[in-house]
Design a protein around this ligand. Structure first.
Ligand code: PEP
Ligand code: MN
Length: 342
């Protein structure tokens, strides 16, 4: 943290800043500049004191501003963990050279549907089966998912096709139940800042796919990940899934591809992209999937339904099995150009 004084600051203004810092058993380093004086705090500030100290210093006379030089998140930051994290899940690794593709329907609808989706995902080269059993739907009248029965169908379809599984958990008291059926817990965009859920997912130790909220800033996203990490779970995969668009005439959301290189610089955690919710229009999903990998994503989560026309949720953005297989072939061609394997 650095306190930058106004040009008019006097010796006594500077002394008061120094006393405020030293009063908290921290070091104060007065740095004379051309016109202005800055006071740096070279010692580590306990995270729980940062906001309070910054507020106290900002309120002092002739303090121009207080600048933070380290990030508010510690465990998620590359500053303290330079090497990229690889998350080992069964025999798979997320965040290494190998790209990981998760595919399957928005929601598990029944045994035949999820078994068929799993077989198509596997045949095309995906290694993780997705399928929601607890669905966060905008309308209470929309299909809400098959709940525990859906989780069992997802688990069985994944096992039968030698795939891992991912499914959403919406409430803290169901973390244990969902974790008993799946390999990866999905925390949905709407729940990115559900702190009790993040804490419980942290305590579970189960790999977490954390989706970015549609209006979340990068710092809010990484602080949400920090909650999971801070509660003892190092296995967090970040997922960009589109932010609120300027214009909904043609797309559902705006896939924020900018965030991929930004996150890769700020954090060591793997980053995957959901182009299905990201753009929300089936025919536009493949180009955005390719763009995400070209921009440095470690993998994808893609909605694919055996019969998208009849899907109970998100049919308009779901690929058919043939479209998904065609996307996988294009990803195979792209991967080596960006130093990845599929
Ligand atoms: C989903 O993956 O089906 C889903 C509901 O996604 P999001 O939380 O990104 O809207
Ligand atoms: Mn969906």
């Amino acid at each position: 943290m650095i306190v930058v004084m106004q040009v008019a600051a006097s010796e006594s203004d500077i002394a008061l800043v120094r006393q405020t810092i030293e009063g908290r058993s921290l070091k104060a380093l007065v740095m004379p500049g051309g016109e202005r004086i800055a006071i740096g705090i070279p010692s580590a500030i306990p995270p729980e004191e940062r906001d309070d100290l910054a507020a106290a210093l900002s309120a002092l006379a002739r303090v121009d501003h207080v600048a933070h030089v380290t990030r508010p998140y510690k465990l998620a930051s590359r500053e303290f963990h330079a090497a990229s994290t690889r998350i080992e899940i069964g025999r798979l690794s997320v965040g290494g050279t190998e790209l990981q593709v998760m595919a399957g329907p928005c929601a598990v609808e029944g045994e035949a549907q999820i078994q068929s989706a799993a077989a198509s995902a596997r045949a095309a080269g995906a290694r993780i089966l997705r399928g929601g059993a607890f669905k966060p739907r905008t309308s209470p009248y929309a299909f809400q998912g098959l709940h525990e029965a859906g989780l069992a169908l997802l688990r069985d379809a994944a096992r039968a096709n030698d795939l891992l599984s991912v499914s959403e958990v919406m409430q803290p008291d169901l973390v244990g139940l969902v974790a008993g059926y799946v390999d990866i817990l999905q925390i949905g965009a709407r729940n990115m800042q559900n702190y009790p859920l993040l804490i419980e997912a942290g305590r579970s130790g189960k790999p977490v796919l954390l989706k970015r909220g549609p209006s979340a800033t990068v710092d809010e996203f990484l602080l949400a990940a920090e909650y999971v990490l801070h509660n003892g779970n190092p296995n967090v995969i970040l997922c960009e899934r589109g932010v609120h668009p300027l214009d909904r005439s043609y797309v559902r959301n705006t896939l924020d591809l900018n965030v991929i290189p930004v996150l890769k610089e700020l954090t060591h955690l793997p980053v995957v992209v959901d182009p299905s919710h990201g753009i929300g229009v089936r025919r536009h999903v493949p180009p955005m999937a390719l763009a995400a990998i070209a921009a440095g994503a470690d993998g994808l989560i893609v909605e694919m339904h055996p019969d998208p026309q009849r899907a109970l949720s998100d049919g308009p953005q779901s690929l058919s099995p043939a479209e998904f297989a065609a996307l996988m072939r294009r990803l195979e061609t792209l991967a080596p150009a960006v130093g990845r394997t599929l």
